[in-house]
Design a protein around this ligand. Sequence first.
Ligand code: ADP
Ligand code: MG
Length: 391
Amino acid sequence: MDISKLVSNFISTFGIKPEHLIRAPGRVNLLGEHVDYNAGPVLPAAIDRAVYLAGSPAKSDVVQLYAFDIGKEISFSLNNLEAKQDLEGNPLPNWALYPAGVARAIQQSGRQVAGLQAVYTSDVPIGAGLSSSAAVEMAFAVVWQELGGWSADRMTLARICQRAENEYVGVSSGLMDQFASAHGVRDHALLFDTRSLDWEAVPLPTGTVLVVADSGIRRSLTTSAYNERRAACEKAVEILRQDLPKIQSLRDVTLVEFNQLRHKLPPGVSLRAEHVITEIERVFSAVSALRSGDQQTFGELMYAGHASLRDLYQVSTPELDALVEIASEIPGCIGARLTGAGFGGSTINLVEQDHTDAFIQGLKQGYIQATGNETQVYLCQASQGAELIKQ
Ligand code: ADP
Ligand code: MG
């Protein structure tokens, strides 16, 4: 990202130099899918694609924003954020709800926001599974932390951003995206326990890259199918609790217990629960594999995770299956699976760095042959979390 271009944009928009420059990354999830609402562990990594924001304090309590990538401007007051209106009283457009929601969530947490002039731009593609929205939120949380004269720990910043997305934008989502954007560690995956909120960084194999391949498919049924999966998990807990009275969620059920009791579950519910319980085990096994430098086992766990999402949780699509199958046959591919909620979206591939170019070419060609469609491919490296850029 060309920071000098961002700065010159800021200068031509506001006629002054920006006081703060901020970078807030997107993320990938390497393993641990559909386990966050079962209190399980996830394994995301922040990536070297990010939102870049140039900002300065404004004299009034007005926020003036220029979203460079979409070529849109907005001005709104910090005094009536609940109204979700711009200075003229028009409803805030969707894109402006993300920054305004962060301001509102900061206020609700009892902290100060301040008038702001900002320009921002991003190389996190929207809707490709790399969480462009969390990157936007985190960039604004960091700039308001600077301007507001307070300092919060990273988890608090992540929760402020999650609240903005859940309550102000109105998208219900877990904490993983904002967590990863806030906590990223270069060349590391992040083991994040969604129950205790404990986390630790785990080194990724040296000489590897992360390749995200977008199937280009966006399914509209996502919400109802997602709710059906959540309900099945709750049903499983309800039934298993008759024998295991202490369990709160599927996180508390071991695979041994599950195998003893699964006959008590309706078949559909049993499949969903099996995915969640085995996926949680896969995350812990994958972390052990990373720690012992066993990349082959790590890759096998990614493939197994995909098979489980396809066959047990049934959230894959023919296109995502094709991407994983094609990837698995290309030299240098360590592991591949769908990432995100499924029903379309992207796959994540762990690839030996030396094979990067041939891998990407092979995947693109293979996908066109198999489906007639093109795949957008994003080459990523695990990166550090949100940060101030020194000028
Ligand atoms: P994702 O999976 O990429 O997070 P979401 O639908 O959750 O997709 O969030 C995308 C929304 O975030 C966009 O529609 C837009 O409102 C906001 N957003 C993301 N990137 C930008 C950007 N570069 N400039 C302005 N708004 C952005
Ligand atoms: Mg998002």
